[in-house]
Design a protein around this ligand. Sequence first.
Ligand SMILES: [Mg+2]
Length: 169
Amino acid sequence: MHLQRKPVLFLDIDGVISLWGFPPDERPEGAFHNVDGVVHFLSAAAGEHLRALGERYELVWCSGWEEKGNEYLPRALGLPGPLPFLSFDRNPGRGHAHWKLAAIEAYAGNRPLAWVDDAHDNACHAWARTRQAPTLLVATEPSAGMTAAHVERLVRWVTGRAPDAATKV
Ligand SMILES: [Mg+2]
């Protein structure tokens, strides 16, 4: 039994909050940060977006950064504190499943969930279609990351949904 009954919002970091691939003269708002010796460009918009989404979702890091998300991102993005994070089995043992799915399932159980990532594959979409609870996959472009339009979509999804509607997107 989870005490937290909001839907879960699983957040990838690379390609969602840490951006790359933008043209040098069209750099989004943000700043370079040194994360354990690796330079990441962190979106300036991400903090505001996550603060807004945190009112309606339980935010959970869902990234190969694992616990490292909490060492750097709350301070860099102005988040109120550390977030729960998923840890991944390096050998998930399920032939065609995406490497994050087992950990997502284990955390979310039968709760509604949204998942923002730049690398959903066909296995993720097939999995989302078969979940019993409402499930939304939101795809980002690594050059822009999470945008205001994504936030709007996520807010609309969580507020516009009848409590038991089996909405699947
Ligand atoms: Mg990614």
